[in-house]
Every structure is written in C-alpha cells, then in structure tokens.
Design a protein around this ligand. Structure first.
Ligand SMILES: NC(=O)c1ccc[n+]([C@@H]2O[C@H](COP(=O)([O-])OP(=O)(O)OC[C@H]3O[C@@H](n4cnc5c(N)ncnc54)[C@H](OP(=O)(O)O)[C@@H]3O)[C@@H](O)[C@H]2O)c1
Length: 325
C-alpha cells in the first residue's frame, strides 16, 4: 500500500503529541476527491484539536485547510478532474495527501499560487463573513479588533477599513502595532501597556465601538463588553487565551448589546454558500483589498515548531506548512 507522511495525533495534549509518521495515502470514495497538498494552512483551531479543547475521534491527522492539485476522483464526482488546482477546507490536511468532500473543494485560477490560496483560506473567509454577516460593518463605524496583527486580525483590519470603518486594533507588542497600522488600523492599543477601555473611550468620545471582533476570548471578554457602545455588537469568535466564562444574559441590558458566537463552517454549509463566499474573497484578493502576510513557511515535519510559535504569541499573519513530496 502506498504511504505518505502526515502529522498524526494519537492522544491529545501538548506539542509533543504531534507525530510525524507514514500512513496510507487516502483513497477517494463516493463524492470525494484526493488532493496532493502543496501548502497547508495553520490555524489556531489546530491547537484546540491537538490539545483536546475541541474533540475529534482519535487517532486523527491534524489540519483544516490546504491547497494543491487533485490526484484522484471518487465515483459520483462531477466538475472536478485529476490535475485541477484547488483549495480545500475540511479535515486531515497536515499530510502529503488529503481526501475531501467535493462540496468543500474550490477551484483556483492560475494567477493564484498554492501558497496564496492556502494563506487566505479559512482566515480570509472567517474575516469576510464576520464583517458581512456576524456584524455587518458600516461606513463611519468604530470597530475594535483584538489580536489585530494575527492571522484573522490583520484581515479584519484590512476589511473593516475597506468597508469605511475607523479601526482600533489591540496587540501585545510594538512590532505588531506597526503591522496592524500598515494593514488598516487607524489606532492601535498595546494591551500590555495601556488600558484598552480607557483608550477606546478617549478615541470614541466616551461612546465606545459599534462592533467588537474578539478572537482572544477569556482574557478580553470583559474588555470587549466595556468597549461596546450602546446598541453595539460583540462578536466572540475564538478562544486563543481560553474559553469565555458563562455570562448572565441580563448584563446585555445595560447597553442593549448584541452578542454572537459564529463558527465559519455554518456560513459554508452548502455548496452555494461556500462558492459565494470564496468568489467574494477571490475578488477582494484580485482588487488588492485582501493582502496576504505570511509569517513563515515550515516543513510538514516541523509542525511542532509552528504550534510552539503560534501559541507563544510571537507570530503575525499566516503560518504555512509545505508538503514534502
Ligand atoms: N469562529 C471561527 O469560525 C474561527 C475561524 C478562524 C479563527 N477563529 C479564531 O480566531 C482567533 C485567531 O485565529 P488565528 O489563527 O488568526 O490566530 P492568531 O490571531 O494569529 O494567533 C492568536 C493571537 O491571539 C493573541 N492572544 C492573546 N492572548 C493569547 C494567549 N493567552 N495565548 C495565545 N494567543 C493569545 C495573540 O496576539 P497578541 O499577542 O497581539 O495578543 C496571538 O498572536 C482564534 O481564537 C481562532 O480560534 C475562529
């Protein structure tokens, strides 16, 4: 049986649970294709799957996205053939080959490199659905983006600015502050040095922000609620610092706040929805509204180092793995 290299999690835990090993190359089934991966996107969610915060049946191949070429097509698949250049959002992508349901596969045109496709993927789709659906950003809004120099954060800055908002980013270092500014943040607050709520009040004349995008979670949740203006929306979309603790719904009445906890996959549930959002993201990329910022490309076997780096808060933008075929 032909084998490939993959990063397998046999039990959940720290970075030492990432095992680089040989496993069989997946075979296509009814309605699936096999993709020979060129680049694999790293997302913070991969650390939740590795640690067990989000559970998957063990053992599993880690990873949620990749870009590459179709190497095999299963029965009943229409519209895809061997050699098609594609980007894929699904499971088991930290590997030389991934099997994916055809609904989760999107073709890419020749002017988009595999590296760029893997770099936009989940993070650009997340940022774009957040600013269009979770809280539709409007011209003149004040928008607060936590972890503004991160993968999703940089894109939220670019896209909120594009939609006409005044963007306030929070970051943990001067280097990250500069990068957030380059990507559309009008104001940047280093939350290791400054009081975020006081600074937001100063910037917004005491009114607070119309929309808050919070992927940091536990450590920023109270700051997010306090930074929202009357009738504002707080969108909690991640747990980089830990899960947001349970809240009493009545606290929202203090300012008639809306809160929401979106997950990208619910915006991509059908082929039509997925295709629509991908189409818009490709258009924003072509217009130069979406700009990729790749922090580093690691070899597949170095996934452990990539996890150490993203969890240590030193990375900016996107981390990629290169398949080692
Ligand atoms: N809901 C969805 O569908 C969806 C989809 C994609 C991503 N997400 C979420 O979006 C968030 C960002 O994801 P990403 O892949 O773009 O990662 P990322 O933002 O590049 O990395 C996480 C960032 O969070 C900040 N952070 C604050 N406290 C932290 C802590 N205690 N430990 C680690 N990081 C901390 C750090 O920025 P500073 O040092 O500047 O604070 C760090 O760089 C994650 O929570 C992820 O789960 C959600």
């Amino acid at each position: 049986m032909a084998t490939m290299k993959a990063i397998v999690v046999e039990e959940t835990g720290g970075v030492d649970k990432l095992t680089y090993k040989d496993i069989p190359i997946p075979q296509p089934k009814e309605g699936t294709v096999v993709i020979k991966n060129h680049f694999i996107g790293i997302n913070y969610i991969d650390t939740y799957h590795r640690s067990g915060l989000y559970t998957l049946p063990l053992p599993f191949v880690l990873g949620r996205e990749s870009a590459g070429e179709i190497s095999a097509v299963g029965p009943g698949v229409e519209g895809f053939k061997v050699g098609d250049r594609v980007v894929y959002i699904g499971g088991s992508t930290y590997a030389e080959y991934s099997e994916g349901k055809v609904d989760a596969v999107e073709k890419i045109t020749n002017d988009i490199s595999y590296e760029t496709a893997a770099a936009i993927g989940i993070q650009a789709l997340t940022a774009w659905t957040l600013v269009r659906e979770s809280y539709p950003v409007k011209k003149g809004d004040y928008i607060l983006v936590h972890a503004a120099a991160g993968g999703v954060g940089l894109l939220l800055c670019q896209l909120s600015k594009y939609l006409g908002a005044t963007v306030i980013g929070t970051v943990s270092s001067a280097e990250k502050a500069a990068l957030a500014r380059e990507n559309g943040a009008d104001y940047v607050i280093n939350y290791t040095e400054e009081d975020v709520v006081a600074k937001v009040n100063e910037i917004t004349n005491g009114l607070g922000c119309h929309g808050i995008f919070d992927g940091v979670g536990k450590s920023t949740w109270d700051i997010s609620l306090q930074s929202a203006r009357r009738l504002g929306s707080v969108i909690s979309f991640g747990n980089a610092s830990g899960v947001v603790p349970p809240i009493s719904i009545s606290i929202l009445a203090q300012k008639n706040l809306k809160i929401m906890r979106p997950a990208l996959y619910n915006y991509l549930a059908t082929r039509e929805e997925s295709h629509k959002w991908w189409g818009e993201v490709f258009e924003l990329l072509a217009k130069g509204v979406i700009k990729t910022h790749i922090y580093k490309v690691y070899n597949l076997e170095d996934a452990k180092q990539a996890h150490i780096d993203i969890e240590s808060r030193k990375t900016t933008g996107k981390l990629l793995l290169k398949a080692t075929l």
